[in-house]
Structure formats: C-alpha cells, structure tokens
Design a binder for this molecule. Sequence first.
Ligand code: PEP
Ligand code: MN
Length: 252
Amino acid sequence: MDISGVKIGGGNFQIIAGPCSVETRDQIISVAESVKASGATLLRGGAFKPRTSPYDFQGLHGEGIELLLEAKKQTGLPIVTELMNANDLPLFEDIDVIQVGARNMQNFDLLKELGKTDKVILLKRGLANTLKDLLMSAEYIMSEGNENIILCERGIRTFETYTRNTLDLSAVPALHELTHLPVVIDPSHATGLSRMVEPMAMAATAAGADGLMIEVHNDPAHALCDGAQSLTPEQFDRVARRVMKIREAMAE
Ligand code: PEP
Ligand code: MN
C-alpha cells in the first residue's frame, strides 16, 4: 500500500509517531522533526479527540489540522489523524491517512462515508471487538469502493487492569492469515505505560507487524492527553533503533 510515496505492507515496515494530541505549533513541529530524525516515516497527532470525559481536552479541531499540515510542509512526513464525524471530512482534504479510532470502529455510517473517499484509512480495533468484527468493519469501507485500509491492534479490554489494555499480539499472524491488509500495532494505547512501549514494540515487530504507531511528546509530564504512555523524543529514538535491529535480524 502506498501512502503519499511511503509504502507499507508486503515487506515494507513503517513507524507512525507523534503526540496523542496536537497542542501548539512549537510542540507538533518539534516532535515532527525529532521523530523524523529517529526514523519515523509518518506523523500522527489528534485534532479531534474522542475523550472518555467531556470535560477533558477535546483537541484543536480545524486549527490542529492546519498545524499538522504545517508540520508536513516542514518535514515532508505524511499525516495520520483521527476523524470522528463525517461532517468534518472537508477539513481532511490534504490529510494522508484518516484514523478511525477504537470507539468508532463500529460507527457504520462513518465507515461507509470513508468508503466513498480514496483516502488511506487506519482502522483501529474496538476495545471489546473480535478480529472478525474488525474485518467486518473494514468490509464496510471496502463495500463502498475504498480498499486502502490499514488495520491497527491497540489493545483490548480484559479482566487485567495492570496495563491500560491487553495487547493481543496474536492479532498480527491472525490478521495476516485472514487478509492481505497491512497490520500495525499501537503499543502506547495497548499498555498505557511509557516503560512498556519498548518491549511491546519490539515484540510486535518480531511477530511480523507491518508497522508501529507510537505516541511521542516533547514534555510527557505536561501532555494534555495520554502523557503516561508517551515517550520523550530521546526514548523514541532508542525504541526506533532497537526495532530496526529486529527488522535487520528478521531479514537475515
Ligand atoms: C489515539 O490514537 O490517540 C486514540 C484515541 O486511539 P484509540 O482510538 O485506539 O483509543
Ligand atoms: Mn492517545
């Protein structure tokens, strides 16, 4: 699959990195530059945030999209960002990958609208959905004509509470058996703990994932969203280097 010149799947491995939310111009530009220098090939950042509490930061909306496009102009990194409502689609015209978040995985009207576009869609697995449910949601997009879909496992709800979610790594070989679509692992939302991102990123790479999506913030302690699971640019640099070593070992 080709994302504005960046290939994913079929042996091509990519790292999507960036903050949970776009907060300020300085924040997104500085994170974009550092993750690019460490080897990330796509930039993430939420402008429309599906927060559990309505009183938490909801994102900068249109202004956030503008800042992402500015970061793209400066770094050349294609952008991945979440859409929550089809009415906002006109704002996403220059966005490279539209993310459907876990909470919207079964918003079938949204999926059908995205099926009518030619955008690459990053479809995240719902908190309590099976792999078959995920594939049926992908089918909703495909049934309207858009086959540019990347599947993302981001952890599911189980009885375990030590981690934010439980990473289902067997999703990688299972989805590869069931479909030709690229499979990306998000170890940030899967664990909720920055210290666990590195081991899970490495395990996901070894399991054959086609890519990773990792949250990186210039100042995690003060992040407006998901600071506890965000890596600093320095921590991300180490993870990216170690992941690349695993890829090299796998190619031998
Ligand atoms: C995110 O990527 O920041 C996000 C909200 O993810 P999820 O939908 O997987 O919770
Ligand atoms: Mn997040």
